[in-house]
Design a protein. Structure first.
Length: 587
């Protein structure tokens, strides 16, 4: 039996105690829940002080809770506030009488519980005066529930005048867990299966808020429900996954970890260890502080990727595909041969020496043979090459690695194996692989971050050049579309609802011979001509790199059309002249 329960049982036996009891505790520990469970539903009345702006409102709320049937009469008066008898308003007169009446009434057979003391807008003296009226004047048993960290200085200084006993409530985790489980998923085994893990993690988190525990339980339900039966049957994998998410979830909800802290978790502890070895000024990061709190949870576990876990924690997104894929690629399911060398080596801290060395050697061999062509995977390899040079795991300097990485990109480009960038002049960073790939952040540290940025820029520019050089290959197909369907041509060149916009962000038109384009245009049905004209003009409406590169081409098109109109019969000439794109030829 808790101290709170024990004391409230005793307090319930007092007929005229002459003092109130103050129940305090940290935010979310379940103070109200524990008080209600200790006092029972029928032996107490509960009134929240939140939003009650005057003493009258408090007295009315207490009266309505103690005498609900009589309290309805007040509602009837308010419903007829405009009714008069002999010129006197019934509501005004009756309300004053009723107000005086309710102050003098109290049901002493039940304990009066005031909740949310710290959220009341009333002054401390007024609040304590109301509480004292029920204690001294009515001889009520009064229990007041408050968040200890939010009480005003004035309340704290005056509380001894009213409260004869102050009890601090602590989280009753086990009982609260069972209550939450019945509420969240009464027929589910999930919360029952992982109860011990979640409660132990909650205790180690040193977070007292049961509200946070409830959120974590709800997220655990969503997580496990996203997995396959085969994955759920792997107890070791599930225990690691559930405890990892629970710990990080508690840290995030307690506002002790940011999105960046979570994304950089693989490097945090290692960087701290290297700083200690070098006797450098040591900064204990929020992530390291979090990691030190948990004895049975590895917060650097790669069972689930950084991107997936940040989506869960910070965006509330539980992607079934991403979660299942991450877990399937983890060491719990994938064999060593199935995992890419960078994927094993980036997690070297949890690998034995043989596995880590083998991964490093395979990674070096891939780098030497230029085997990897996927940009995100290449960047992981480049970052790890820089890390190895920095920590003496290779005989190269950081600058030498930078030059070799740039040469790697050039070799792929020169042999036609470098993937082009997306078709865009405006987004050259490839945001999707800017900070990581396949859910894992690149291993980057300040000593070699500038070199990585140089490599990244070179890769981005090279892929962009490959994209631009490949544009002419799409010209024949585009000319066929001009001949066949003007609306489709419009959708390919401009952003529209539902359109492909394949060439909306690249200067594809500048790659087409003006005479060939006009020939294809004039060969199409006249109903297409309008859409071709509109497609061209739409691209030139706003200042942009596209306009800068294509405006001279459009001017050439206009000239070719004018010359063609001069040689055409009158009706066709008039049709052609009406479809010449409007462009400022002085640009």
């Amino acid at each position: 039996m808790s101290q709170l329960k024990q004391y409230l049982d005793y307090y319930q036996t007092r007929d005229k105690p002459g003092y109130a009891v103050l129940v305090t505790g940290a935010w979310g520990v379940g103070k109200t829940f524990q008080v209600k469970r200790a006092l029972g539903k029928d032996k107490a009345v509960y009134v929240s002080l939140f939003g009650l702006a005057t003493a009258t409102e408090v007295y009315e709320a207490v009266f309505a809770a103690m005498f609900p049937e009589i309290g309805k009469a007040k509602g009837a008066l308010e419903a007829n506030r405009d009714t008069t008898i002999g010129g006197l308003p019934i509501f005004g007169v009756a309300s004053q009488i009723f107000g005086m009446f309710i102050r003098e009434q109290a049901d002493v057979s039940r304990t009066l519980v005031f909740d949310d003391l710290e959220r009341s807008p009333l002054k401390a003296a007024d609040l304590l005066g109301i509480i004292n009226r029920y204690v001294e004047h009515h001889s009520c048993r009064v229990v007041v529930v408050a968040h200890e960290g939010r009480l005003t200085k004035s309340l704290l200084q005056q509380r001894e005048k009213v409260f004869g006993q102050v009890i601090r409530a602590f989280a009753e985790t086990d009982a609260a867990y069972d209550a939450f489980a019945r509420e969240l998923a009464p027929n589910s085994k999930i919360l029952k299966d992982y109860k011990s893990i979640l409660i132990e993690t909650f205790h180690e988190s040193e977070v007292e808020s049961l509200r946070i525990l409830r959120h974590v339980m709800e997220d655990t339900l969503r997580l496990v429900s996203s997995l396959t039966p085969e994955q759920i049957s792997n107890d070791r994998a599930m225990n690691e996954l559930v405890s990892l998410l629970a710990a990080l979830n508690m840290e995030k909800r307690a506002e002790r970890l940011s999105r960046q802290d979570v994304q950089e978790r693989p490097m945090a502890e290692f960087n701290l260890d290297m700083a200690r070895r070098g006797n450098a000024k040591i900064e204990i990061t929020p992530f390291v502080r979090a990691k030190n709190r948990y004895s049975k949870v590895d917060l650097t576990s790669s069972t689930i990727s950084d991107s997936t876990i940040t989506e869960i924690l910070f965006d509330g997104v539980f992607s079934t595909t991403a979660i299942q894929s991450d877990l399937q690629r983890s060491a719990h399911f994938a064999t060593r041969a199935e995992l890419a060398p960078w994927r094993l080596f980036i997690d070297w801290q949890s690998q034995d020496d043989v596995v880590a060395m083998d991964a490093m050697n395979r990674l070096n061999d891939q780098f030497k043979k230029r085997e990897v062509t996927k940009p995100g995977e290449m960047l992981h390899i480049f970052a790890l090459q820089l890390m190895m040079a920095h920590y003496g795991l290779s005989n190269k300097t950081i600058d030498e690695v930078q030059r070799e990485c740039i040469l790697y990109v050039d070799d792929l480009k020169n042999t036609g194996r470098l993937e082009p960038s997306e078709r865009s002049l405006n987004s050259r960073d490839e945001f999707s692989i800017r900070s990581g790939f396949e859910g894992h952040a690149y291993w980057l540290e300040d000593p070699f971050r500038p070199q990585f940025e140089t490599i990244f820029a070179h890769l981005s520019n090279s892929r962009h050049a490959v994209m631009l050089n490949a544009l002419p290959k799409g010209v024949p197909e585009l000319l066929e579309i001009v001949r066949r369907d003007g609306q489709e041509f419009y959708d390919l060149l401009n952003h529209t609802n539902g359109g492909k916009a394949t060439y909306a962000n690249v200067p594809i038109l500048a790659s087409i011979d003006p005479l060939e384009f006009v020939t294809a245009w004039m060969e199409s049905h006249p109903s297409n001509w309008y859409w071709v004209q509109q497609a061209i003009e739409e691209r030139l409406k706003h200042p942009s790199k596209i306009k800068e590169l294509e405006a001279p081409w459009v001017a050439s098109i206009a000239t070719v059309l004018e010359e063609l109109a001069d040689r055409s019969p009158p009706l066709r000439a008039m049709r052609i002249m009406r479809r010449i794109p409007q462009v400022d030829r002085t640009d």
